[in-house]
Write a protein that binds this ligand. Structure first.
Ligand code: 5RP
Length: 247
C-alpha cells in the first residue's frame, strides 16, 4: 500500500475488510463511487482466485459496466430479487450510521438496492465520519418535468424546518444539467447541518416531483472505516428490522 495516497490506502483497507464478509453463493449489491469501485476490483480478484459463485446487482450503470468487465456476474435486481449483502460508499456517516449518499448521483438505485439487502455495509475513509450530517450537500433526485416548481416546494419545506435560505442548486455536468441513470435531475441542498434527518427525509420524499433524497436512515448497520496505515475501524449499530426507515 506504500505507493498509495493516505486516502486511497484507507479505501483499499475498507474494501478488503468488506469483501471478507462475502461468502460463496451470496447475492451481493455493488455500490457506486471511488471507494466502491476499489471494492468491486478487489471482489473480482477474490472471486477469480477462489472460484466463488456470486450473483451481483449494481447500483449504477458505471458499476455494472466495471463489474462485468472484471468478470463478475451482474444481473438485474429484479432477476435476483433479494440480496444478502450490499457494500457501498458514503459521503457522510453519523454515529447512528445514518448516511448522506448521492455524491456520485446514484443514490436512488443505491437506496433501492440497500433496501433489498439483508445487510448494508458502508466502506469509507475517516474523512466521511461526522458527528452530525449536513456539511456535505444533500442530493435530491427530482423528475425533470416541473423541476423548478419542485425546487420551490423543497425551499418551502426547508423554511418550515428552520432551514430557510439554504442554497438549492441544480447539479450540472459539462455545462448541462446532470441526468441520472433514471433520467432525472439532481438538486443539491447546502444545509450545513441537518438537525433532524428523519423528519427531513420524510418531508422531502413527500413532495411531488421528488423521487428520492440522499439520506439513508436505518439502512446501514456496519461501517468499515479504512485507515491510511491499512487498519480498519468497525462502527456497528444494532437494528431491528422494524427500525428501518422506508424512504
Ligand atoms: C454515489 C455515492 C457514493 O457512495 C459516495 O458519493 C461516496 O463516493 P466516494 O467513495 O467516491 O467518496 O453515494 O452516489
Amino acid at each position: 500500500m506504500s505507493d498509495l495516497s493516505p486516502s486511497d490506502a484507507a479505501k483499499l483497507a475498507a474494501a478488503r475488510a468488506a469483501i471478507a464478509l462475502v461468502q460463496d453463493g451470496m447475492a451481493v449489491g455493488l455500490g457506486t463511487g471511488s471507494t466502491a469501485s476499489v471494492m468491486v476490483r478487489e471482489l473480482a480478484t477474490r472471486v477469480q482466485a477462489e472460484g466463488l459463485t456470486l450473483r451481483c446487482a449494481a447500483t449504477s450503470q458505471v458499476t455494472a459496466d466495471l463489474a462485468a468487465s472484471l468478470g463478475l456476474s451482474v444481473e438485474s435486481l429484479d432477476d435476483i430479487g433479494h440480496l444478502d449483502l450490499t457494500i457501498d460508499g458514503a459521503d457522510e456517516l453519523d454515529p447512528d450510521l445514518n448516511l448522506i449518499k448521492g455524491g456520485g448521483g446514484a443514490h436512488l438505485r443505491e437506496k433501492i438496492v440497500a433496501a433489498s439487502s439483508d445487510r448494508m455495509v458502508v466502506i469509507a475513509d475517516p474523512a466521511k465520519v461526522v458527528e452530525q450530517l449536513g456539511a456535505f450537500h444533500l442530493p435530491v433526485e427530482v423528475i425533470r418535468f416541473g423541476w423548478e416548481t419542485t425546487r420551490e416546494r423543497i425551499k418551502t419545506a426547508l423554511d418550515a424546518m428552520d432551514l430557510d435560505g439554504r442554497p438549492v442548486l441544480l447539479r450540472m455536468r459539462d455545462g448541462a444539467p446532470f441526468v441520472t441513470d433514471e433520467g432525472n435531475h439532481i438538486l443539491d441542498l447546502s444545509l450545513e447541518a441537518i438537525p433532524d434527518a428523519v423528519a427531513l427525509n420524510r418531508a422531502l420524499n413527500a413532495i411531488p416531483g421528488v423521487v428520492e433524497n440522499g439520506l439513508f436512515i436505518g439502512l446501514c448497520d456496519l461501517a468499515l472505516i479504512g485507515q491510511p496505515d491499512g487498519g480498519v475501524v468497525e462502527l456497528a449499530v444494532f437494528r431491528e428490522d422494524e427500525t428501518r426507515e422506508d424512504g
